[in-house]
Design a protein around this ligand. Structure first.
Ligand SMILES: CC(C)(COP(=O)(O)OP(=O)(O)OC[C@H]1O[C@@H](n2cnc3c(N)ncnc32)[C@H](O)[C@@H]1OP(=O)(O)O)[C@@H](O)C(=O)NCCC(=O)NCCS
Length: 211
């Protein structure tokens, strides 16, 4: 999807910022905040001076990118079996992912890659689809966003994991050219693991880049 920037944007210089190269492994999720809320955290994986080296935009904390949306699943969202249509889930995944990317960079973003989409469990009509997204890592103009969709039973609040996905969004300027985004500052151990794992996934993506 393409997410348009709001009228009031943060001013961002156009040059890239230095990135810390780290290694680690994939991550888990914590308790989601309220709809469309941002969280906060502490303890940086890379030092702030390292993250802000050069003349590029200042690093932003990973927690500032967190977005959560909740959709009640209607019959028109379902397939003939009465469970959610995969294409509708992808729409919501793309939407919440774009908002997370845009919360990080506060620029226009487009979806460049959607990969590793796994539908683990169906969501039924009448249940809530709770989609949570956050930025794992930012490079020069691109950002890896992770999305988790959970099914929530409205009467009990019980949740189960439905869908997981990784997406790459690219910030573009007024001429649709890729433009620099702020580095991401992972602060918690979980964010640091995600940050490191994102670099390995990017390498795999680039290796299998079509064309
Ligand atoms: C996404 C898009 C802007 C990239 O343009 P491009 O000319 O390929 O630009 P670049 O080659 O410089 O790539 C831009 C960034 O995307 C990254 N990228 C491109 N393809 C990638 C892939 N397959 N995997 C991972 N990253 C990729 C590049 O690494 C680069 O990241 P960096 O600046 O952080 O290093 C362009 O392909 C586009 O406009 N695609 C259509 C988007 C769209 O319509 N989406 C659906 C509706 S919004």
């Amino acid at each position: 999807m393409s997410a348009q920037a709001p009228a009031a944007q943060d001013a961002l210089p156009a040059s890239p910022a230095a990135q810390a190269a780290a290694e680690g492994d994939a991550a888990t999720d914590g308790e989601p905040p309220a709809r469309s809320a941002a969280a906060s955290a502490a303890a940086p994986a890379m030092s702030r001076p390292q993250a802000q080296a050069g003349a590029g935009p200042a690093a932003r904390p990973a927690s500032a990118s967190v977005v959560e949306t909740v959709n009640l699943v209607f019959p028109e969202d379902a397939n003939p079996k009465g469970t959610i249509f995969g294409g509708r889930v992808l729409q919501w995944v793309d939407m919440v992912g774009a908002m997370a990317a845009q919360r990080h960079c506060r620029q226009i973003v487009v979806t460049a890659v959607m990969d590793a989409v796994v539908f683990r469990a169906p969501i039924y009509v009448g249940e809530y689809a709770v989609a949570k997204a956050w930025v794992n890592r930012a490079w020069r103009s691109s950002m890896e966003v992770q999305v988790r969709v959970e099914a929530e039973a409205p009467l009990t609040g019980e949740r189960r994991l439905s869908t997981e996905a990784f997406l790459t969004f690219v910030a573009v300027d007024a001429q649709d050219r890729p433009t620099a985004v702020p580095p991401l500052l992972p602060e918690t151990p979980e964010e640091q693991e995600r940050y490191a794992a994102a670099e390995r996934r990017r390498a795999a993506r680039m290796a299998f880049r079509p064309g």
